[in-house]
Design a protein around this ligand. Structure first.
Ligand SMILES: Cc1cc2nc3c(=O)[nH]c(=O)nc-3n(C[C@H](O)[C@H](O)[C@H](O)COP(=O)(O)OP(=O)(O)OC[C@H]3O[C@@H](n4cnc5c(N)ncnc54)[C@H](O)[C@@H]3O)c2cc1C
Length: 594
């Protein structure tokens, strides 16, 4: 089983040449995030995550987190100590607001650090992913009093946050949830209900756990309009703000899962003791869904990054294996000796497919995160608004495209190993098992596709999508001066045109009220959109690499161009192959005899 070495060169290249780190570091409040400083920080982070967190990936899978007889969760060997080091080194708070004890670096840098945590150990990294979402929700919607009592400890990672939406009858349909919140005279609430599938719902890493719970107040209207958000601490705080008495929250059980064994997935009972779990309203009553979306959108970018991370880890593992495994002779060559499998074209295709998709997806996640920085820090309101629209459009694509592709890459990783991939010793199987959850949680990928088509595409009559597609065409001009990019140029031009066509077709279906046809095409459309965005960003990478990026090694740049061209010439053309599925209408689906 191979270790993990962050690909700092590609990360820095994507940050500086594609996601615009330089312009982000000129935004108000980010002046200390110049590329050189960021490079040093990422190097340091890389050392930490490869040395301290990555070695726990295997033990986490084998031991898993367990529920003790005392009713609390025990994490695998070494997790507690490693988490402490993570908090003490300040990695939890790098991109958090300075006013609450964070490092104040741009979100895009926080996302790059998240990438390293997730690549090192996806199951472990889920704990901080949810805490970051909790900080965002509390920061934006919480009262000053709640912020002053809870925010700092969440920012530093001393306490962890969780997200509680799902109930047995309320999965994708969150509006069906039944957990009740009863208002008390002192302004607090008492919560009663059961939540299922709560990630890191309990653990022994932090001295307190702050649950963000969706519930229904008395007389609330049905559906999502009747939902409010509550902060429910595992331990209630005493007058000094320290964790005191235990709240009425119980971990009923933890799930046995296909993967991410180290991440405890808990069934949580609130108010089972009879008195109700003490909770505090975040934002106003009935605004819970809106506030939870703040948390979920941050988490969706984080989950999209899991696709990149698992693809990268599976790639590194497969690459190492393919250099060691001797099997077969090269066909057509005169050689009598058997060779390492990396010499076989079909194995090289698998490896390069993994590498190319990872680089395209990494660039996309960084670009989306960069929009998050512009959304809050850009000078002009227009730029802030554009960034907000762009991030909203890109979020479902990041979440769904990257996680679907992540599973496929983990599967290619198994394939490169042959039989050794299917047995557990090599570790390749763990990546495939771990990857499979990412298209499911944080809103299934089907729900992301619906969000893209029903809620993002129609914004301003399609102008946001059209604007992004228009911007994509700009790279075509800069490609024409490079003969090496001629084929890529042809494919990208055709793919952008194809995406523009399917976007128009879907827009027309929505406008005419033919929603079923639009919904039937939603998932292939999202896949097409992601694939074309990947092509656009790989084209920009290729141009930047060819036009000289003095601060990067010549070998790296030449390989970047090759990888980008492989993506553009051999992966990108699949985008237009999806058009018939996008525009096929609902007929075949409704007529199917199941
Ligand atoms: C390991 C794990 C960790 C999790 N962590 C958390 C957590 O921390 N907090 C939390 O609140 N939840 C968590 N979840 C819950 C997760 O978010 C839900 O499982 C997910 O949202 C899907 O809900 P469901 O399982 O009820 O599936 P369902 O909603 O029953 O969906 C089943 C299938 O039907 C499709 N479907 C459903 N409705 C529609 C529709 N309207 N249109 C089209 N297709 C539809 C779905 O895409 C899916 O393919 C976790 C789940 C797991 C397995």
């Amino acid at each position: 089983m191979s270790g993990y070495q962050p690909r700092l060169d590609d990360m820095m290249f994507s940050l500086t040449k594609v996601a615009g780190l330089e312009s982000i570091s000129k935004l108000e409040g980010y002046q200390h995030a110049d590329p050189e400083t960021v490079g040093t920080i990422l190097e340091e982070a890389g050392r930490f995550f490869s040395a301290v967190i990555a070695p726990l990936n295997r033990v986490g899978d084998q031991q898993g987190s367990v529920l003790t007889e005392a009713g609390s969760v025990r994490t695998p060997d070494g997790f507690k100590e490693a988490y402490r080091k993570y908090v003490e080194a300040g990695w939890a708070a790098v991109h958090m607001p300075e006013e609450w004890g964070g490092g104040g670096l741009p979100y895009v840098i926080g996302v790059a650090i998240q990438e390293m945590f997730k690549t090192a150990n996806m199951a472990f990294a889920l704990a901080p992913t949810l805490t970051h979402g909790a900080v965002e929700a509390l920061h934006q919607h919480g009262s000053d009093q709640l912020k002053s009592r809870y925010l700092e400890k969440l920012v530093t990672g001393d306490w962890a946050g969780t997200m509680n939406l799902t109930e047995p009858e309320a999965g994708s349909d969150v509006g069906a949830l039944r957990t009740r919140a009863v208002r008390q005279d002192d302004g607090s609430y008492r919560l009663f209900g059961t939540k299922i599938f709560i990630t890191w719902g309990d653990q022994d890493l932090t001295e307190n756990i702050i649950h963000f719970v969706l519930a229904r107040t008395s007389d609330a209207p049905p559906g999502t309009r009747g939902i409010s958000m509550f902060l429910v601490p595992k331990y209630l705080l005493d007058d000094n703000g320290a964790p005191g008495s235990r709240n009425d929250i119980k971990v009923v059980s933890i799930e046995h899962k296909l993967g991410i064994h180290a991440s405890p997935t808990c069934v949580m009972s609130y108010g089972d003791g009879g008195s109700g779990a003490v909770g505090y309203l975040v934002g106003a009553e009935l605004e819970g869904m809106r506030n939870m979306f703040t948390m979920m959108n941050a988490a969706r970018i984080g989950v999209g990054m899991e696709g990149v991370a698992i693809g990268e880890r599976a790639y590194q593992q497969a690459l190492a294996f393919s250099r060691e495994r001797i099997q077969g002779r090269q066909i057509g060559a005169d050689a009598k000796e058997s060779v390492a499998i990396i010499e076989h074209p079909d194995v090289r295709r698998g490896l390069l497919t993994m590498k190319a998709y990872v680089e395209a997806m990494r660039a996309l996640v960084y670009v989306a995160a960069g929009e998050g920085d512009h959304m809050y820090h850009a000078e002009s309101e227009d730029r802030q608004e554009l960034a907000s629209d762009r991030l909203a459009l890109l979020t479902p694509i990041v979440k769904a495209w990257c996680t679907d592709v992540g599973v496929e890459l983990a599967s290619i990783g198994v394939q490169v190993h042959g039989g050794m991939g299917y047995i557990e010793e090599t570790g390749a199987a763990q990546y495939l098992r771990d990857s499979r959850i990412a298209p499911i949680y944080e809103g299934t990928n089907g729900i992301q596709a619906i969000d893209l088509v029903l809620r993002r595409l129609p914004v301003e009559n399609g102008a946001i999508v059209a604007g992004l597609i228009g911007e994509m065409t700009e790279v075509l001009d800069s490609m024409t001066s490079h003969a090496e990019l001629a084929r890529f140029h042809r494919e990208l031009s055709a793919a952008i045109e194809g995406l523009a066509g399917t976007s128009r077709w879907l827009g027309e279906r929505l406008a005419s009220g033919d929603i079923q046809s639009a919904l039937a095409g939603a998932s292939p459309y999202l896949r097409q959109f992601g694939t074309v965005l990947g092509g656009w960003l790989m084209a920009r990478s290729a141009v930047a690499a060819l036009e000289g990026a003095a601060d990067f090694d010549a070998g790296f740049l030449a390989d970047k161009v090759n990888t980008a061209c492989f993506y553009g010439e051999q992966l990108l053309p699949m985008a237009n192959g999806l058009s018939p599925a996008v525009t096929g209408g609902a007929g075949r689906l409704t007529d199917a005899a199941f």
